[in-house]
Design a protein. Sequence first.
Length: 217
Amino acid sequence: MITLHHCPESRSMKSLWLLYELKLDFDVVTHSFGRDLRAPDYLAVHPLGRVPCLIDGKTTLFESGAITEWLCQKYDSTHEFWRKPDSDERFEWLQWIHYSETIAVHCANLTQQFIALNDASLQSATVVKLEKRRLEKAIEVIDQKLNDHPYILKSGFSAADINIGYALHVGRLFTDISEFQHIADYYNRLSKRDAFTQSLPEKNDPKRIYLKDRYRL
């Protein structure tokens, strides 16, 4: 049995989205963002008290990119969501899965400024300005990649789009993605997928991290 430890709209959303795309049977343990993750029983599962954490039988994984690779290679026999080692697109598939963290790290830093540091006097306009610009530069790379095809890989949708799509889902809270030539349409395509919708929290979910459409100092 597969169990995913999850916080709504955190990095674990990537894993949840992929689980829905794969149509697997799984359980979700939903945590609040914060002290709930530092409970002794959860620290026994994930030593840093973070999400995602995937338990698949006797295997425990707690890096989102590793979870993506594991789920695709173990459960996607049609290779719809991954590219085999002998595929010409294998290196790109791997690269863009992990490039998503280049975007996500800036989103995490901005989340810290706007949400974790709930005392406004601790927030830094300088840090926000720098991280927003770094976020935009990282998104520009994806915008250029989408110049002549609708998904990250020329062959079509894959788990690389899930990982990138999640990063854009959060990134759009901190910058206007409509300013990029291809990104808004790309995100719109991804957000219409049933599995994406299933991975979103309810509007009134008390465990949601993000409560605004945009964050800015």
